[in-house]
Ligand binder design. Structure first.
Ligand code: PLP
Length: 324
């Protein structure tokens, strides 16, 4: 399959440094629906791959291609018990002939979590339950293969320079669709935010397209992990800066601003993976209008934030959960 890479035109010279496995089915469709008596545009990244879609596919086609170019044969990553990132990594590693190990930390149980866990188990990846998040992170950093060059240690969520650039590419994909008349330019885009590259990349990509659209990340993970920031405007800003440094290291120029991060922290509820009433109501409204289920950890919280948006202008919800 050929990669869809509008980023190559926007940042001339990047193609040589940014290999892409090209397994995502792009561009993902745009859909207009009526919800709560208003028009909402949906970017259907749930359809980014027929076996397993969602936002991780975009990141992994760059991350795994870079790993292969570096001669790496195994990926070690981590996530919660029902991790979408871990499942996507396991499935696409298998497709590319890479070994995969996923370290798992506990999260609130649900049918969706159990279903993902079973798919992960069936993927052939090594699954290592580690208990708490802190123990899992410790295991990740002290892993016996840590010093081996043939192993990629991929942080939870796949957020880093390459994951962020994948979402710069995604924003440029949307800009091409808007230029082609498929949808109006949105005033605001909403997406679920935890490890951050989806928001960081879309924010940068929208600036690169020359749009004044606001990209609003809806915080769905806890802000701090112990003493460290985990999901805050600072962590998103750091991802954006790291991506611009990556470009600089490859002598590529960034011809736009590094915009402000917009992170809405009002929808998390008691914490990562804990359902909220607003998320449950948002999931019901979405399913009735679109016929697609949202999950209560990520996408329903993001959609709840959009439902509360009453400002003028077109709104677009970036749907990040696989429906395949
Ligand atoms: C369904 C879904 N939506 C959104 C996100 C958040 O994306 P990011 O980690 O890039 O912030 C995730 C991350 O795991 C996810 O699984």
């Amino acid at each position: 399959m050929n990669a869809f890479r509008p980023i190559d035109n926007a940042l001339p010279g990047i193609a040589a440094h940014l290999p892409c496995a090209g397994f995502a089915h792009l561009p993902t469709p745009l859909q207009r629906v009526e919800i709560d008596g208003r028009a909402v545009w949906i970017k259907r990244d749930d359809l980014s791959h027929p076996d397993y879609g969602g936002n991780k596919v975009r990141k992994l086609e760059f991350i795994l291609a870079a790993a292969q170019r570096a001669g790496q044969r195994r990926v070690v990553t981590f996530g919660a018990t029902g991790t979408h990132h871990g499942l996507a990594t396991a499935l696409f590693c298998r497709a590319l002939g890479l070994e995969c190990e996923v370290l798992l930390f506990d999260q609130p149980d649900s049918a969706h979590v159990r279903e993902n866990r079973a798919r992960l188990q069936a993927s052939g990846a090594i699954c290592t339950p580690c208990g708490s998040l802190a123990r899992t992170v410790a295991r990740f950093y002290l892993h016996p293969r840590r010093l081996r060059r043939d192993t990629l240690f991929l942080f939870a969520g796949g957020s880093g320079e390459l994951g962020t650039l994948a979402f710069v590419n995604a924003a440029l994909e949307l800009a091409e669709q808007v230029d082609a008349g498929e949808a109006p330019r949105p005033a605001r885009i909403y997406c679920a935010t935890s490890s951050g590259s989806t928001l960081a990349g879309l924010t940068l990509g929208v600036a690169l397209a020359g749009w004044d659209t606001q990209v609003i990340g809806v915080q769905v993970a806890d802000a701090r992990l112990g003493l460290f920031d985990a999901c805050t405007p600072k962590t998103i800003q750091a991802l954006m800066r790291r991506s611009l440094c990556w470009l600089e290291r490859h002598e590529l120029c960034w011809p736009a601003d590094c915009p402000e991060v917009l992170l809405d922290d009002r929808w998390l509820g008691p914490g990562y993976g804990h359902p909220t009433v607003a998320a449950e109501q948002a999931a019901t409204a979405f399913e009735q209008a679109v016929g697609v289920a949202l999950d209560l950890t990520y996408t329903a919280k993001a959609f709840a934030a959009l439902r509360a948006d009453t400002a003028p202008g077109e709104v677009l919800y970036w749907h990040t959960l696989s429906s395949t």
